[in-house]
Design a protein around this ligand. Structure first.
Ligand SMILES: *Cc1c(COP(=O)(O)O)cnc(C)c1O
Length: 382
């Protein structure tokens, strides 16, 4: 059986909401986006929410608004998608990688505390695969450093929580991705949520070149207002054409989480006796169950991928350890042994299909393919 790695859950019916935008005079950021931002404030209980055209551009807008400058250090996990580190690198600041916990694959408060220097300006914990980091612990570890900002990479964790708190609660800002494979998607997009209104005010500018008013705000009471540019920004605003795809997904995301949980738990039950390593979910965490990565010894991972592909199962790798990719390795001289957990996980991980709409017979085909194609490779490989 052929099993897709991912299928989005949107239907052609959504065209109606896009069509409504087409009959408005200005297609980019306007009234639709403002409504979605209000909806996000309600969902997360934050004072502010700002739509952006990707996690990446949203993070750049936030780092610019916080004044992160060349030479500053920003702590990021070695196990994440490259975007988390690239945004730091793009500002000529230095990503300081830390290894992750071998059970959860998350950065810990201890690892962050150990990486702090006088130059540290920010930390970007990543809620990997939907499991939130210990944000209260991280905040405590930084309590003596009021000059260090905390920005959550919540690209995998829109609907997840930890001990009852959500992303955006214990940080300066949390940033989401609405990229094609994320739990909420409009193809490309993202959002920043924050309880710091003065930061939101600045991000409102840095997400649009640093301009003081976007196109939709230039007419107030029928009068044209001049804009100024007070601070350097990026082009990160989300068009209403894409924002129109979000309201329905946001209002139903909590009811859709049990489908992801059921699929993930079905995998967990099936794989636990096969000698396949999986991320451990800690007590008190409600994971958003984004992707489902399994782990085998790195020496047999690629053979395992071929075995799954030959059985019709499409898989992906999330993610190779970032500091050992060519750019970072060549620029900073990192070795695999610098981040052993991330390197081993990145070298041995395979993400199997997980999305609402994945059918039971498809999931059974994945499990069978792992049993017949991957498990035999484990013998003697460790
Ligand atoms: C997807 C992803 C991003 C980047 O999101 P974009 O919206 O594509 O810019 C950042 N961090 C993590 C952990 C991701 O998985």
């Amino acid at each position: 059986m052929k099993v897709d790695f991912y299928r989005h859950g949107l239907s052609p019916k959504e065209a109606d909401s896009v069509g409504a935008v087409l009959s408005s005079p200005i297609l980019t950021s306007g009234s639709v986006g403002k409504k979605v931002e209000a909806q996000l404030c309600g969902f997360f209980g934050t004072s502010d929410a700002l739509l952006v055209n990707s996690w990446t551009n949203g993070a750049l807008a936030v780092l610019l608004a916080l004044g992160v400058r060349p030479g500053d250090e920003v702590i990021v996990p070695a196990m994440t998608f490259i975007a988390t580190a690239n945004v730091v690198e793009l500002l000529d600041a230095k990503p300081v990688f830390v290894d992750v916990d071998p059970d959860t694959l998350l950065v810990t408060p201890q690892a962050i505390a150990a990486a702090l220097t006088r130059r540290t300006r920010a930390v970007i914990p990543v809620h990997s695969y939907g499991q939130m980091c210990d944000m209260i612990g991280i905040r405590k570890a930084l309590s003596h450093r009021t000059d260090v900002y905390i920005i959550e990479d919540a690209a995998h964790c829109f609907e997840g929580s930890r001990d009852g708190y959500a992303p955006g609660t214990h940080s300066d800002a949390a940033i989401f991705s609405f990229y094609a494979t994320k739990n909420i998607t409009c193809g490309e997009g993202g959002a920043v949520v924050t309880n710091r209104s003065e930061l939101a005010e600045t991000v409102r500018k840095t997400r649009l070149h640093g301009m003081s008013a976007g196109a939709a705000d230039r007419y107030k009471n029928g009068t044209y207002r001049h804009w100024d540019m007070e601070i350097l920004g990026v082009k990160a605003n989300l068009p209403d054409l894409l924002a129109a795809l979000l309201p329905n997904q946001i209002s139903t995301i909590r009811e859709r989480l049990p489908q992801r949980q059921a699929l993930a738990n079905y995998y967990r039950d099936a794989f636990k006796d096969m000698g396949i390593r999986m991320a451990k979910i800690e007590a008190g965490v409600v994971s958003a169950e984004w992707f489902f990565p399994i782990h085998v010894p790195p020496a047999v991972r690629d053979t395992g991928i071929v075995a799954l592909n030959s059985r019709g199962i499409n898989v992906a790798v999330n993610f190779p350890s970032v500091p050992t990719l060519s750019y970072y390795r060549q620029k900073y001289g990192y070795k695999a042994s610098d981040f052993p957990v991330s390197y081993d996980w990145g070298g041995g991980t395979i993400s199997v299909p997980l999305f609402p709409g994945l059918r039971r017979e498809e999931q059974d085909a994945v499990i069978n393919a792992v049993r017949t194609g991957v498990v035999p490779l484990l013998q003697g490989a460790a």
